[in-house]
Design a protein around this ligand. Structure first.
Ligand code: GAL
Length: 348
């Protein structure tokens, strides 16, 4: 494949900005990335018979990406998940942020990184680097920040490397919001798929999904996913944390040392034989069972998505970390580099 053939026109935003789609290939794997939100639009992985299966949810058109909520496949920033009361304090100053989820800040605000057009910096057959400049004060965050995400595809899977620097102290937590269905994006619910999360602890939250601030053991509750279980086994449990969130929507404290690439989670579909192993250098992973995707939402190829039709494994700093002294710090100091990697590896 020539370099030119890897990027094609995808659509034009109402303000005239153009969106491209990049196709990465490596052996029997391929992946489509949009410059809108550095979004993963498709990820084709061979099943047990070597047939390609698209394991992520997405849309056919740019209009749908712009008008639908849910952040399908998008890169989230400057801060993934929620910040309580849409504000945080840093170096003695309180920074008010855009409130876009009740009174809270969610996934970077009104026009977070998921809704910005990223610049293609480097494009090869199996990898791409996209970058973004986020101005001082954008969505309320301090510091001019330059971020990049590098996707590299191999026959082992997809590696995502996030890097960022700022000219003033700020906070930063970048993630990818892919909705996975290892039986295929159009295969219905994931209730029969297995999940395992390498976490002895999680961070419980309130009715608005704001962390309570404590770190508690999963032991003895349906939050315990340390051995593989069917997603359907716990997702409708009356356990208060799960009931309140209408399914799993929780941050797990990944075992081991943050900063080191270590296993975070794994999942498996008996239908296709596809398994996925997620590892990351970040401290947490958010397990979310697509609770807010309404039944009948139109997806790629005209198929219908709905609640529990996918799961997300969003590697991240803990939600609301900037306001929670007991959580690992999400501070990015001026001139320091944010450098985190998440690997989605596939087997069969
Ligand atoms: C998840 C979050 C959910 C919901 C979703 C987007 O990351 O945990 O509560 O906001 O994104 O619909």
């Amino acid at each position: 494949m020539t370099r030119q053939s890897c990027a094609e026109y995808f659509g034009t935003c109402p303000n005239g900005e153009k969106v491209s789609q990049i196709t990465l290939t490596s052996g029997s794997f391929s992946c489509q990335i949009l410059t809108l939100g550095a979004t993963i639009r498709s990820l084709l992985v061979p099943d047990r018979n070597g047939m390609p299966v698209d394991v992520v949810l997405g849309y056919d058109t740019l209009e749908e990406y712009l008008s639908r909520d849910g952040y399908l496949g998008a890169t989230i920033g400057r801060f993934a998940n929620r910040i309580a009361g849409a504000q945080f304090k840093l170096n003695g100053t309180t920074y008010p942020l855009a409130a876009n989820d009740n009174a809270n800040h969610l996934h970077g605000g009104l026009k977070g990184f998921s809704h910005r057009i990223w610049t293609v910096e480097q494009l090869e057959e199996s990898s791409v680097v996209l970058s973004l400049h986020s101005a001082d004060g954008e969505e309320g965050y301090p510091g001019n920040l330059t971020a990049s995400v590098c996707y590299s595809l191999s026959e082992a899977g997809l590696t995502v490397r996030y890097r960022a620097t700022s000219d003033a102290d700020t906070i930063c937590s970048l993630t990818n919001h892919s909705y996975f269905n290892l039986s295929g994006h159009d295969a219905g619910t994931v209730l029969e798929q297995e999940i395992m999360i390498h976490a002895q602890n999680y961070t419980p939250s309130d009715a608005q999904s704001i962390p309570l601030g404590c770190i508690v053991p999963v032991e003895g509750t349906p939050m315990d996913l340390r051995t593989p279980v069917l997603i359907g086994a716990g997702v409708d449990s009356p356990f208060p944390q799960i009931k309140q969130a209408k399914g799993y929507d929780h941050n797990y404290v990944i075992d081991g040392q943050a900063g080191a690439l270590r296993p975070a989670a794994q999942a498996f579909s008996k239908a296709t034989g596809i398994s996925m192993q997620v590892s990351t250098t970040l401290p947490g992973v958010h397990f979310y069972t697509a609770n807010f995707i309404e039944p009948g939402r139109k997806g790629k190829g005209g198929c219908a998505y709905g609640p529990r039709h996918a799961f997300c494994l969003e590697t991240q700093h803990f939600p609301d970390a900037p306001n929670q002294p007991a959580f690992p710090s999400a501070l990015l100091k001026a001139g320091q580099e944010y450098d985190h990697t998440t690997v989605f590896a596939f087997g069969k």
